[in-house]
Write a protein that binds this ligand. Structure first.
Ligand code: ZN
Length: 392
């Protein structure tokens, strides 16, 4: 447990651990929501000559610049709130350029904290406070290095060193091992540790689970089918990320050239009962090229025929071949609904009628979109053997 570094960046925060990081959308307080597609490898940032690819020690927001520290070197990056930005010329450079007193941090630091006109750097059980602008080393304030114990954190938290620090409006967060504290403070001074801290780092919800979704189409994958796949996938990914399920894109296969499958274009799904696949289900869902056992395969067909009315999607699938069949529609959360079924969700009752706010409403007449997923439904999805843990 624990993280290596944290970076504030407006509505986004970044947390680094080993060779990976997560990007989180949040306000000044609270855990926010991990963005879809994370954790991702640090190498995505494209830093020069592999800098930091296996992990970094500290990150520092500093207005239009961000600084990243690893060992005895650092880089300065010009960037906005999102994206990797551009590494400034001349970096990586040695930390010794900062000119800190008596060799402080010259071989590496543990954490860095932007705090308006002051910047703090932490190493072992000591820290320094520096007066500076967005760029440049500035001037180390008199009396530093000083012991971290000066901050007066509860029950010795962080006294021997911290892992990461994060400024976030009127709040500052300090991380150590599997715990963190939230502090209310201004630009200088220790401020006040908020009640209830230290708290477990697991509160942030970075530990998520993931599914991989592949598409196989009996219709020719033209731009209309491709748009349908992209829209449905995006809507599902954005919805499920709030339930701590990261939806990852698998392969897309065009099966329209296989004339043996023409008879399945109008797929007989029977009564579309979970656990009761038809012969045509068995035949179609046998096509799982490129999909692992726990991956989901979504089959795009012309129509769904059977005994239970006008269907646009059916999540019935043979045992051990998770997936669903859908037709091309403009109902944006159809795929999310069917995948919800595959992850063992059932329909919400038709009464009260406000249940139409929920993803698992029995038809596609959702209200107050995007649709809701309840806490109990989230738990159920995370309990499914098809959602796989991805500890961070
Ligand atoms: Zn349904």
């Amino acid at each position: 447990m624990g993280i290596d570094a944290a970076l504030f960046s407006g509505p986004k925060c970044y947390f680094f651990k080993g060779a990976r990081y997560v990007r989180v959308t949040r306000g000044e307080t609270g855990p926010g929501t991990v963005d879809p597609g994370y954790p991702a490898p640090i190498s995505n940032w494209g830093w020069p000559s592999g800098f930091g690819a296996s992990g970094i020690d500290a990150a520092l927001y500093s207005g239009s610049k961000a600084y990243f520290f690893k060992g005895n070197r650092y880089i300065r990056v010009t960037r906005g709130e999102t994206g990797s930005g551009t590494v400034d010329p001349g970096y990586p450079a040695p930390i010794s350029n900062w000119g800190w007193p008596s060799g402080f941090g010259v071989n590496g630091i543990d954490a860095a904290l932007y705090s308006g006109s002051k910047t703090y750097f932490f190493k072992g059980d000591r820290y320094i406070r520096v007066s500076r602008g967005d760029t440049g080393p500035g001037t180390v304030d008199p009396g530093y290095p000083a012991p971290i114990s000066n901050w007066g954190w509860p029950s010795g938290f962080g006294a021997n060193g911290i892992d990461a620090a994060l400024n976030s409006g009127s709040k500052t967060y300090f991380f150590k091992g599997d715990r963190y504290i939230r502090v209310t403070r201004g630009e200088t001074g220790p401020g006040t540790v908020d009640p209830g801290y230290p708290a477990p780092i697991s509160n942030w919800g970075w530990d998520r689970e993931f599914i991989v979704v592949h598409f196989k189409s009996l219709l020719k994958v033209d731009s209309a089918v491709q748009d349908f796949i992209d829209d449905q996938f995006g809507a599902m990914r954005d919805l499920f990320t709030r339930s701590r399920v990261d939806v990852r894109r698998g392969s897309t296969e065009d099966l329209s050239g296989d004339s043996d499958l023409d008879s399945l274009l109008a797929l007989d799904v029977g009564a579309c009962l979970l656990g009761r696949p038809t012969e045509e289900h068995e035949e179609l869902f046998a096509h799982r090229d490129g999909a692992a056992d726990t991956d989901l395969v979504i089959y795009i067909v012309q129509t769904l025929v059977g005994g239970s009315g006008n269907l646009v999607g059916c999540a019935t699938h043979p045992s051990g071949k998770p997936g669903a069949a859908v037709v091309v529609t403009s109902s944006r959360w159809l795929l999310a609904h069917e995948v919800g079924h595959v992850l063992s969700l059932r329909h919400v009752p038709r009464t009260p009628t406000t249940n139409s706010d929920f993803l698992m409403w029995p038809n596609t007449g959702w209200t107050n979109v995007p649709p809701d997923v309840s806490t109990a439904e989230t738990t159920k999805m995370l309990d499914s053997a098809l959602t796989r843990p991805d500890p961070f």
